[in-house]
Design a binder for this molecule. Structure first.
Ligand code: 6GU
Length: 260
């Protein structure tokens, strides 16, 4: 998968792209992620990306020109680079990070991160993990000039019903959530299958590892029994109890996590 992230703060992503899951996906050649500075698509000397809202009010609004130009340049460059990569022989035993070479779809899925977007959930992450190319636009300030949305017709996404100061905070959530679902990224695919929010709407059961006793707290006996059926039954029960306690009983319609 290829992911281009358009941001006002590309430096914020440096550690993220070079660590843990994202690093592994890149090293396996399953992810090609790039960070691009929206400010590179301004034309004035001050590299202005925002301005005051027409009609008044607090805060600043992202101007349409730089954001739309940045997306259009990214799409054009992505197609070009993909053609170049497809025609290039892979370096044998190259120790560097490999970039995926198959021809990508000519049209990326353009995602605009904003608290006004559709709320991200696990099924949507699964759909996005099947895309070949994502272009993720991070907003900041009071928001985007509405004509950005009219021009790009993006998928507007929110990571939840609360406000953080910019899409740069939301983008790692989206990217990590998608990348770990790309087949081959996780060592053990059961990691993605057995966890919370996949299919059964249950939260995870509690986990324990060594030592068997920590500050007087014992590992539940059943987990030491070696009886796989009893273990599975205990875990299923714990997951059910936990879900009801923390998220309410779906039968009462009292779910804290009601779907929109
Ligand atoms: Cl995508 N952006 C911002 N600024 N706040 C959010 C969000 C996104 N999702 C939830 N809150």
């Amino acid at each position: 998968m290829r992911i281009d992230v358009l941001t006002l703060f590309p430096e914020l992503f440096r550690g993220f792209a070079e660590t843990a899951l994202i690093r592994i996906a890149r090293e396996k050649g399953l992810l090609d992620v790039r960070f691009r500075d929206i400010r590179d698509h301004t034309r004035d000397k001050h590299r202005t990306v925002d301005d005051r809202p027409f009609g008044g009010g607090p805060g600043m609004v992202l101007k349409p020109g730089p954001v739309v130009s940045a997306v259009e340049a990214t799409v054009a460059a992505g197609r070009f680079e993909d053609e170049a990569a497809a025609g290039m022989p892979a370096a044998p035993n190259s120790p560097e990070v490999k970039s995926p070479t198959p021809l990508m779809e000519p049209t990326p899925c353009i995602i605009l991160l904003s608290p006004q977007g559709r709320r991200l959930d696990q099924p949507l992450l699964g759909e996005l993990a099947r895309e070949r190319w994502l272009v993720v636009v991070c907003g900041h300030y009071e928001g985007f000039d509405e004509r950005i949305i009219e021009t790009l017709d993006p998928l507007e996404l929110s990571i939840g019903d609360y406000v953080v100061s910019g899409g740069e905070v939301a983008a790692p959530v989206l990217i990590d959530g998608v990348v770990r679902l790309i087949p081959g990224v996780l060592g053990d695919p059961r990691s993605a299958e057995e966890e919370s929010f996949t299919g059964d709407d249950l939260l995870d059961y509690p986990n324990y590892t060594r030592p068997r006793e920590f500050r007087g707290l014992e590992v539940p006996e059943v987990l030491l029994s070696g009886d796989h059926r009893r273990v599975a039954a205990w875990r299923a029960e714990q997951a059910r109890l936990r879900t009801r306690e923390r998220r309410g009983d779906p039968a009462d319609g009292a779910e804290a996590d009601s779907k929109s």
